[in-house]
Design a protein around this ligand. Structure first.
Ligand code: ZN
Length: 322
C-alpha cells in the first residue's frame, strides 16, 4: 500500500505537467474542414462553455476554424505606405464599410479618398486583400495606429448586406488569428479593437450590432497556442484506485482551461497530460502512468477557455519496490 501513497504524490505532480502541444503549423487545405477536429459552431459545445449569443444567421455549411482564403487585389501605392516605418504590428482594428463591397473597393482605388484597409470581407465571407500586412493601410484615422495595426473592413450596407453574417465573423477571425501567429501579438480586447476604440476616433464602427463576445470566442478557437495563453487549473480527480498487482484501474483527472486558447483534440491545440520526467526506469510509477511519449489526451473535442477537460488513463497495479 505504501506504493500507492507515492503514486498519489505523483498524481499531484501530473497537474503541473499539462501541456498543449503547439509544435505544428497548421497546414490543412484552405477550404477544407480540419478533419476530425472540425467544429460545427451550432453543434456540440461542452455544457459549461461560455456560450455567446447565437448569430443572426448561421453558416451551418461552414466549419470553423479554417484557413483564410484571400483574393489578392493589390492597390496602387497611392492610398497606403510601403512598410511600417519601423513600428511593430500589435493590433487588429475591426471596421464596417457602411457602403457596399463594390463601392468600398472603388473608394480604396480612388486616390482622393485617402483610405484603404488590408482586408475587405464581403457579406458572404469572401476576403479581398488590398494591402500586404507588412505595409501600412490608411484605415484608423490615427497615424500611429495605421502603422501598428491591421485593418479589416466588413461589408455592412443597407442594401447589399444589412447585418453582420456568420461567414464574416469566421473570415475576420481567421484573418485575425493568422495575423497574431505571424506578428506575435496577444488575442485579447487590448489588441483586437474596434475603430471606435482608437484614440481620438470619431467613428462608431463596428457598432452595437457587432458581437464582441462571439468574435472573441471564435478567436479562442483559432488562436495560436503559446506560453502566455496556455494555462490549466486542477478541478478534480477520481478517488485513488485500489488495484491488485497486475490488475488495471482507471484514473480520471479533470482540468479547467484557464488560458486564452481553446484546446482542440487532434490539432496543434490538443491538450495532453503527462508526468514530467517519467520513464520506464521509475518503477514505483507502475505500468500505464503517463509519460511525455505516452500522454493522456483530452476526451472532449473542444475545450474553450473556462471549460473543463477530462483525461482518463489506466494504471496497472504493482507492488512497491518491484
Ligand atoms: Zn472604420
Amino acid at each position: 500500500m505504501r506504493g500507492w501513497v507515492s503514486l498519489l504524490v505523483v498524481g499531484v505532480t501530473v497537474l503541473a505537467a499539462v501541456a498543449v502541444v503547439a509544435a505544428a503549423v497548421r497546414t490543412q487545405p484552405a477550404t477544407a474542414a480540419t478533419g476530425s477536429v472540425a467544429f460545427d459552431l451550432m453543434g456540440d459545445l461542452p455544457a459549461d462553455a461560455p456560450r455567446a449569443a447565437p448569430p443572426a444567421r448561421a453558416a451551418s455549411s461552414i466549419r470553423f476554424p479554417y484557413e483564410a482564403q484571400r483574393e489578392w487585389l493589390a492597390l496602387p501605392t497611392t492610398n497606403h505606405w510601403e512598410g511600417r516605418r519601423g513600428v511593430a504590428i500589435e493590433y487588429v482594428v475591426i471596421h464596417y464599410t457602411d457602403i457596399s463591397y463594390a463601392r468600398t473597393l472603388r473608394a480604396f482605388n480612388t486616390r482622393s479618398s485617402d483610405v484603404s484597409a488590408h482586408y475587405v470581407v464581403r457579406g458572404d465571407g469572401h476576403i479581398a486583400q488590398l494591402v500586404g500586412e507588412a505595409d501600412t493601410a490608411w484605415h484608423s484615422g490615427n497615424y500611429l495606429f495605421n502603422l501598428n495595426s491591421i485593418g479589416i473592413e466588413l461589408e455592412l450596407d443597407k442594401l447589399t448586406n444589412p447585418i453582420f453574417r456568420e461567414e464574416q465573423y469566421y473570415a475576420a477571425a481567421a484573418l485575425t488569428c493568422d495575423a497574431a501567429a505571424r506578428w506575435g501579438f496577444p488575442l485579447d480586447r487590448a489588441h483586437v479593437l474596434g475603430h471606435n476604440e482608437i484614440p481620438a476616433s470619431t467613428h462608431t464602427d463596428p457598432g452595437r450590432t457587432w458581437n464582441w463576445p462571439h468574435f472573441m470566442w471564435l478567436l479562442s478557437l483559432c488562436a495560436p497556442p503559446n506560453a502566455a495563453t496556455v494555462r490549466a487549473a486542477f478541478v478534480s480527480q477520481t478517488p485513488y484506485p485500489v488495484v491488485a498487482p497486475n490488475e488495471l484501474g482507471a484514473v480520471t483527472i479533470v482540468l479547467r482551461n484557464t488560458g486564452g486558447t481553446a484546446w482542440r483534440k487532434g490539432s496543434a491545440q490538443e491538450a495532453r497530460l503527462a508526468v514530467a520526467g517519467n520513464d520506464g526506469r521509475l518503477a514505483f510509477l507502475g505500468e500505464g502512468w503517463l509519460a511525455s511519449d505516452r500522454p493522456a489526451v483530452q476526451a472532449e473535442e473542444i475545450v474553450p477557455p473556462g471549460g473543463t477537460a477530462t483525461f482518463t488513463f489506466a494504471v496497472k497495479g504493482v507492488l512497491a519496490g518491484t
